[in-house]
Design a protein around this ligand. Sequence first.
Ligand code: AVI
Length: 325
Amino acid sequence: MIMQTRNIVDNMEYQTMFGQATMLDEVCKGLRESQKYLPSKYFYDEQGSHLFEKITRQKEYYPTRTEMAIMLENMTEIAACIGRDSVLVELGSGSSRKTRLLLDHLPGIVAYVPVEISEQYLATVIFELEKEYPDLLIKPVCADYTRPFRVPPIENPHTYYVLFYPGSTIGNFRPQQVQQFLGTVSQILNPGGGMLIGVDLKKDKNILEAAYNDKNGVTTSFNKNILRHINHKLAANFNLKDFRHKAFYNQEEGRVEMHLISEIEQDVIIGSERFHFEKGESIHTENSYKYSLSDFETLVSDWFSVKQVWTDRDDYFSLQFLEKK
Ligand code: AVI
Protein backbone atom coordinates (compact mmCIF):
# COMPACT_ATOMS: atom_id res chain seq x y z
CA MET A 1 0.00 0.00 0.00
CA ILE A 2 1.40 3.42 -0.96
CA MET A 3 0.80 6.14 1.61
CA GLN A 4 0.77 9.58 0.07
CA THR A 5 2.55 12.29 2.05
CA ARG A 6 0.96 15.43 0.53
CA ASN A 7 -2.04 16.23 2.73
CA ILE A 8 -4.63 18.70 1.56
CA VAL A 9 -6.54 18.37 4.83
CA ASP A 10 -4.38 18.30 7.98
CA ASN A 11 -5.49 15.01 9.46
CA MET A 12 -6.45 13.19 6.26
CA GLU A 13 -5.07 9.67 6.11
CA TYR A 14 -4.14 8.31 2.69
CA GLN A 15 -4.51 4.59 2.36
CA THR A 16 -4.84 4.14 -1.34
CA MET A 17 -2.83 3.34 -4.39
CA PHE A 18 -2.53 6.60 -6.25
CA GLY A 19 -0.55 5.04 -9.08
CA GLN A 20 -1.90 5.27 -12.61
CA ALA A 21 -0.66 1.70 -13.01
CA THR A 22 -3.57 0.18 -11.08
CA MET A 23 -6.12 2.18 -13.03
CA LEU A 24 -4.44 1.38 -16.35
CA ASP A 25 -4.40 -2.35 -15.53
CA GLU A 26 -8.03 -2.41 -14.41
CA VAL A 27 -9.30 -0.36 -17.34
CA CYS A 28 -7.40 -2.36 -19.98
CA LYS A 29 -8.41 -5.68 -18.39
CA GLY A 30 -12.07 -4.74 -18.77
CA LEU A 31 -11.73 -3.50 -22.33
CA ARG A 32 -9.97 -6.71 -23.46
CA GLU A 33 -13.05 -8.82 -22.63
CA SER A 34 -15.54 -9.79 -25.34
CA GLN A 35 -18.24 -7.94 -23.35
CA LYS A 36 -16.19 -4.85 -22.61
CA TYR A 37 -16.62 -3.41 -19.11
CA LEU A 38 -15.17 -0.69 -16.89
CA PRO A 39 -15.02 -0.75 -13.07
CA SER A 40 -17.76 1.60 -11.91
CA LYS A 41 -15.55 3.12 -9.19
CA TYR A 42 -13.92 5.13 -12.01
CA PHE A 43 -17.07 7.24 -12.35
CA TYR A 44 -16.00 9.06 -9.22
CA ASP A 45 -13.39 11.69 -9.86
CA GLU A 46 -14.34 15.14 -8.56
CA GLN A 47 -16.60 15.85 -11.55
CA GLY A 48 -18.20 12.40 -11.34
CA SER A 49 -18.94 12.88 -7.65
CA HIS A 50 -20.62 16.21 -8.44
CA LEU A 51 -22.63 14.62 -11.25
CA PHE A 52 -23.76 11.82 -8.96
CA GLU A 53 -24.82 14.40 -6.38
CA LYS A 54 -26.84 16.08 -9.16
CA ILE A 55 -28.46 12.74 -10.08
CA THR A 56 -29.68 12.38 -6.51
CA ARG A 57 -31.67 15.60 -6.98
CA GLN A 58 -33.42 14.49 -10.20
CA LYS A 59 -37.12 13.84 -9.85
CA GLU A 60 -36.93 10.36 -11.43
CA TYR A 61 -34.16 9.24 -9.05
CA TYR A 62 -36.25 8.11 -6.06
CA PRO A 63 -33.57 6.36 -3.89
CA THR A 64 -32.01 9.40 -2.21
CA ARG A 65 -35.12 11.27 -1.19
CA THR A 66 -36.87 8.03 -0.18
CA GLU A 67 -33.95 6.94 1.98
CA MET A 68 -33.70 10.37 3.62
CA ALA A 69 -37.43 10.35 4.39
CA ILE A 70 -37.08 6.87 5.93
CA MET A 71 -34.21 8.15 8.06
CA LEU A 72 -36.13 11.18 9.28
CA GLU A 73 -39.24 9.16 10.10
CA ASN A 74 -37.38 6.54 12.10
CA MET A 75 -34.59 8.49 13.73
CA THR A 76 -35.41 7.42 17.29
CA GLU A 77 -35.18 3.73 16.44
CA ILE A 78 -32.09 4.30 14.31
CA ALA A 79 -30.44 6.13 17.21
CA ALA A 80 -31.22 3.20 19.51
CA CYS A 81 -29.50 0.80 17.07
CA ILE A 82 -26.42 3.00 16.70
CA GLY A 83 -26.16 3.49 20.46
CA ARG A 84 -24.22 6.12 22.39
CA ASP A 85 -20.52 6.90 22.05
CA SER A 86 -20.19 5.10 18.74
CA VAL A 87 -17.73 5.88 15.97
CA LEU A 88 -19.52 6.35 12.67
CA VAL A 89 -17.48 5.07 9.70
CA GLU A 90 -19.03 6.05 6.37
CA LEU A 91 -18.03 4.03 3.32
CA GLY A 92 -17.91 6.17 0.16
CA SER A 93 -18.98 9.28 2.02
CA GLY A 94 -19.53 11.48 -1.06
CA SER A 95 -21.30 14.69 -0.07
CA SER A 96 -22.04 13.37 3.46
CA ARG A 97 -25.59 14.74 3.03
CA LYS A 98 -27.23 11.82 4.82
CA THR A 99 -24.57 11.88 7.49
CA ARG A 100 -25.66 15.39 8.43
CA LEU A 101 -29.11 13.96 9.19
CA LEU A 102 -27.53 11.46 11.58
CA LEU A 103 -25.16 13.99 13.16
CA ASP A 104 -28.01 16.44 13.70
CA HIS A 105 -30.08 13.84 15.51
CA LEU A 106 -27.44 11.73 17.26
CA PRO A 107 -25.39 14.00 19.49
CA GLY A 108 -23.79 10.91 21.11
CA ILE A 109 -21.55 10.11 18.13
CA VAL A 110 -17.92 10.28 19.28
CA ALA A 111 -16.18 10.51 15.93
CA TYR A 112 -16.93 10.48 12.23
CA VAL A 113 -14.63 8.65 9.82
CA PRO A 114 -15.55 9.37 6.18
CA VAL A 115 -13.83 7.00 3.74
CA GLU A 116 -13.82 8.29 0.18
CA ILE A 117 -11.77 7.62 -2.95
CA SER A 118 -12.09 11.13 -4.45
CA GLU A 119 -9.46 13.15 -2.58
CA GLN A 120 -10.53 16.60 -3.71
CA TYR A 121 -14.20 15.93 -3.07
CA LEU A 122 -13.44 14.52 0.39
CA ALA A 123 -11.34 17.58 1.26
CA THR A 124 -14.07 20.01 0.18
CA VAL A 125 -16.74 18.20 2.19
CA ILE A 126 -14.52 17.97 5.28
CA PHE A 127 -13.84 21.71 5.23
CA GLU A 128 -17.60 22.28 5.32
CA LEU A 129 -18.31 19.65 8.00
CA GLU A 130 -15.59 21.01 10.27
CA LYS A 131 -17.28 24.40 10.17
CA GLU A 132 -20.77 22.95 10.72
CA TYR A 133 -19.79 20.54 13.53
CA PRO A 134 -16.86 22.21 15.34
CA ASP A 135 -17.06 19.80 18.31
CA LEU A 136 -17.06 16.61 16.29
CA LEU A 137 -13.87 14.59 15.90
CA ILE A 138 -13.52 13.97 12.14
CA LYS A 139 -10.88 11.53 10.84
CA PRO A 140 -11.06 11.44 7.04
CA VAL A 141 -9.55 8.50 5.19
CA CYS A 142 -8.83 8.78 1.49
CA ALA A 143 -9.09 5.18 0.33
CA ASP A 144 -10.77 2.73 -1.98
CA TYR A 145 -13.02 1.14 0.64
CA THR A 146 -13.51 -1.94 -1.52
CA ARG A 147 -9.96 -2.88 -0.52
CA PRO A 148 -8.89 -3.47 3.09
CA PHE A 149 -8.32 -0.18 4.95
CA ARG A 150 -7.83 0.70 8.60
CA VAL A 151 -9.78 3.09 10.80
CA PRO A 152 -7.33 5.65 12.27
CA PRO A 153 -6.93 5.58 16.07
CA ILE A 154 -9.77 7.40 17.86
CA GLU A 155 -8.47 9.12 20.98
CA ASN A 156 -11.89 9.73 22.55
CA PRO A 157 -13.48 6.90 24.58
CA HIS A 158 -15.92 4.98 22.40
CA THR A 159 -18.07 1.87 22.44
CA TYR A 160 -18.73 0.50 18.97
CA TYR A 161 -17.85 1.15 15.38
CA VAL A 162 -20.92 1.50 13.21
CA LEU A 163 -20.50 1.39 9.46
CA PHE A 164 -22.77 3.70 7.51
CA TYR A 165 -23.34 2.62 3.93
CA PRO A 166 -26.36 4.47 2.54
CA GLY A 167 -27.67 4.95 -0.99
CA SER A 168 -27.81 1.25 -1.93
CA THR A 169 -24.22 1.43 -3.13
CA ILE A 170 -24.09 -2.25 -2.10
CA GLY A 171 -26.24 -2.75 -5.22
CA ASN A 172 -23.25 -1.81 -7.38
CA PHE A 173 -21.52 -5.09 -6.39
CA ARG A 174 -22.35 -8.46 -7.88
CA PRO A 175 -23.85 -10.74 -5.20
CA GLN A 176 -20.60 -12.81 -5.03
CA GLN A 177 -18.61 -9.59 -4.50
CA VAL A 178 -21.01 -8.54 -1.73
CA GLN A 179 -19.97 -11.61 0.29
CA GLN A 180 -16.29 -10.76 -0.10
CA PHE A 181 -16.86 -7.07 0.65
CA LEU A 182 -18.89 -7.78 3.79
CA GLY A 183 -16.21 -10.19 4.97
CA THR A 184 -13.59 -7.43 4.58
CA VAL A 185 -15.51 -4.58 6.20
CA SER A 186 -16.89 -6.70 9.04
CA GLN A 187 -13.28 -7.11 10.22
CA ILE A 188 -13.37 -3.44 11.21
CA LEU A 189 -16.20 -4.14 13.64
CA ASN A 190 -15.86 -5.38 17.19
CA PRO A 191 -18.67 -7.46 18.74
CA GLY A 192 -21.72 -5.27 19.24
CA GLY A 193 -20.87 -3.21 16.17
CA GLY A 194 -23.10 -3.05 13.15
CA MET A 195 -23.88 -1.52 9.84
CA LEU A 196 -26.61 0.94 8.86
CA ILE A 197 -27.16 0.23 5.19
CA GLY A 198 -29.49 1.42 2.43
CA VAL A 199 -30.81 -1.30 0.12
CA ASP A 200 -32.89 -0.59 -2.96
CA LEU A 201 -35.82 -2.96 -3.48
CA LYS A 202 -37.32 -4.71 -6.52
CA LYS A 203 -40.15 -2.75 -8.11
CA ASP A 204 -41.88 -1.88 -11.38
CA LYS A 205 -39.45 -1.89 -14.31
CA ASN A 206 -40.69 1.50 -15.57
CA ILE A 207 -39.88 3.23 -12.31
CA LEU A 208 -36.42 1.67 -12.29
CA GLU A 209 -35.66 2.54 -15.90
CA ALA A 210 -36.86 6.14 -15.49
CA ALA A 211 -34.52 6.56 -12.50
CA TYR A 212 -31.48 5.72 -14.66
CA ASN A 213 -32.63 7.71 -17.70
CA ASP A 214 -33.49 11.10 -16.24
CA LYS A 215 -34.93 13.61 -18.68
CA ASN A 216 -32.29 16.22 -17.90
CA GLY A 217 -29.56 13.88 -19.12
CA VAL A 218 -27.55 14.03 -15.90
CA THR A 219 -27.16 10.23 -15.82
CA THR A 220 -25.93 10.38 -19.43
CA SER A 221 -23.22 12.87 -18.41
CA PHE A 222 -22.37 10.76 -15.34
CA ASN A 223 -22.01 7.61 -17.46
CA LYS A 224 -19.84 9.37 -20.06
CA ASN A 225 -17.74 10.94 -17.32
CA ILE A 226 -16.01 7.58 -16.84
CA LEU A 227 -14.49 8.04 -20.32
CA ARG A 228 -13.50 11.65 -19.61
CA HIS A 229 -11.87 10.50 -16.35
CA ILE A 230 -9.92 7.78 -18.20
CA ASN A 231 -8.85 10.26 -20.90
CA HIS A 232 -7.65 12.65 -18.22
CA LYS A 233 -5.82 10.12 -16.02
CA LEU A 234 -4.48 7.74 -18.65
CA ALA A 235 -4.09 10.08 -21.64
CA ALA A 236 -6.60 7.96 -23.57
CA ASN A 237 -8.49 9.29 -26.59
CA PHE A 238 -12.14 8.36 -26.07
CA ASN A 239 -14.34 10.76 -28.01
CA LEU A 240 -17.37 11.20 -25.76
CA LYS A 241 -19.55 12.25 -28.69
CA ASP A 242 -19.10 8.81 -30.25
CA PHE A 243 -20.75 7.00 -27.33
CA ARG A 244 -24.35 7.07 -26.11
CA HIS A 245 -25.83 6.21 -22.72
CA LYS A 246 -28.08 3.17 -22.31
CA ALA A 247 -29.69 1.93 -19.08
CA PHE A 248 -32.24 -0.85 -18.71
CA TYR A 249 -33.58 -3.30 -16.13
CA ASN A 250 -32.33 -6.85 -16.60
CA GLN A 251 -35.18 -8.78 -14.98
CA GLU A 252 -33.39 -12.14 -14.96
CA GLU A 253 -30.39 -10.75 -13.09
CA GLY A 254 -32.46 -8.36 -10.95
CA ARG A 255 -30.30 -5.37 -11.82
CA VAL A 256 -30.29 -2.10 -13.73
CA GLU A 257 -27.40 -2.15 -16.20
CA MET A 258 -25.69 0.92 -17.59
CA HIS A 259 -23.77 0.74 -20.84
CA LEU A 260 -22.01 3.10 -23.22
CA ILE A 261 -22.74 2.23 -26.83
CA SER A 262 -20.26 3.04 -29.56
CA GLU A 263 -22.08 5.04 -32.23
CA ILE A 264 -19.43 4.27 -34.86
CA GLU A 265 -16.78 1.70 -35.66
CA GLN A 266 -13.66 3.11 -34.01
CA ASP A 267 -10.36 2.46 -32.27
CA VAL A 268 -9.41 3.95 -28.93
CA ILE A 269 -5.83 4.13 -27.69
CA ILE A 270 -4.92 3.77 -24.02
CA GLY A 271 -1.22 3.62 -23.20
CA SER A 272 0.35 1.17 -25.59
CA GLU A 273 -2.94 -0.63 -26.35
CA ARG A 274 -5.50 -0.11 -29.08
CA PHE A 275 -9.11 -1.19 -28.48
CA HIS A 276 -11.43 -1.78 -31.40
CA PHE A 277 -15.16 -1.00 -31.18
CA GLU A 278 -17.76 -2.16 -33.68
CA LYS A 279 -20.65 0.21 -34.34
CA GLY A 280 -23.28 -0.60 -31.68
CA GLU A 281 -20.82 -2.41 -29.37
CA SER A 282 -21.24 -1.69 -25.68
CA ILE A 283 -19.05 -1.07 -22.66
CA HIS A 284 -20.83 -2.29 -19.54
CA THR A 285 -20.18 0.44 -16.97
CA GLU A 286 -22.42 -0.34 -14.00
CA ASN A 287 -24.79 -2.82 -12.35
CA SER A 288 -27.29 -1.68 -9.78
CA TYR A 289 -28.84 -4.73 -8.14
CA LYS A 290 -32.31 -4.52 -6.62
CA TYR A 291 -33.20 -6.95 -3.82
CA SER A 292 -36.16 -8.43 -2.02
CA LEU A 293 -35.85 -8.20 1.78
CA SER A 294 -35.53 -11.96 2.13
CA ASP A 295 -32.90 -12.28 -0.63
CA PHE A 296 -30.82 -9.59 1.04
CA GLU A 297 -31.08 -11.23 4.46
CA THR A 298 -29.79 -14.48 2.97
CA LEU A 299 -27.01 -12.67 1.12
CA VAL A 300 -25.55 -11.09 4.27
CA SER A 301 -26.19 -14.02 6.59
CA ASP A 302 -22.58 -15.28 6.75
CA TRP A 303 -21.51 -12.06 8.46
CA PHE A 304 -24.53 -10.18 9.74
CA SER A 305 -27.99 -10.72 11.15
CA VAL A 306 -30.67 -8.22 10.21
CA LYS A 307 -31.71 -6.46 13.41
CA GLN A 308 -34.18 -3.94 12.02
CA VAL A 309 -35.62 -2.88 8.65
CA TRP A 310 -37.37 0.38 7.83
CA THR A 311 -39.09 1.00 4.48
CA ASP A 312 -41.22 3.68 2.85
CA ARG A 313 -44.97 3.36 2.22
CA ASP A 314 -44.45 2.08 -1.35
CA ASP A 315 -41.69 -0.37 -0.38
CA TYR A 316 -39.36 1.26 -2.89
CA PHE A 317 -36.35 1.37 -0.59
CA SER A 318 -35.14 -0.05 2.70
CA LEU A 319 -32.81 1.09 5.43
CA GLN A 320 -31.49 -1.79 7.52
CA PHE A 321 -29.46 -2.20 10.68
CA LEU A 322 -27.24 -5.27 10.45
CA GLU A 323 -25.56 -6.66 13.52
CA LYS A 324 -22.16 -8.31 13.25
CA LYS A 325 -22.47 -12.04 13.93
C1 AVI B 1 -24.05 4.98 -6.23
N1 AVI B 1 -25.07 4.08 -6.73
C2 AVI B 1 -25.85 3.50 -5.65
C3 AVI B 1 -25.92 4.66 -7.77
C4 AVI B 1 -26.97 3.62 -8.23
O1 AVI B 1 -28.15 3.97 -8.23
O2 AVI B 1 -26.61 2.50 -8.54
C5 AVI B 1 -25.09 5.12 -8.96
C6 AVI B 1 -25.92 5.59 -10.10
N2 AVI B 1 -25.78 5.22 -11.33
C7 AVI B 1 -26.65 5.84 -12.08
N3 AVI B 1 -27.42 6.57 -11.33
C8 AVI B 1 -26.97 6.46 -10.07
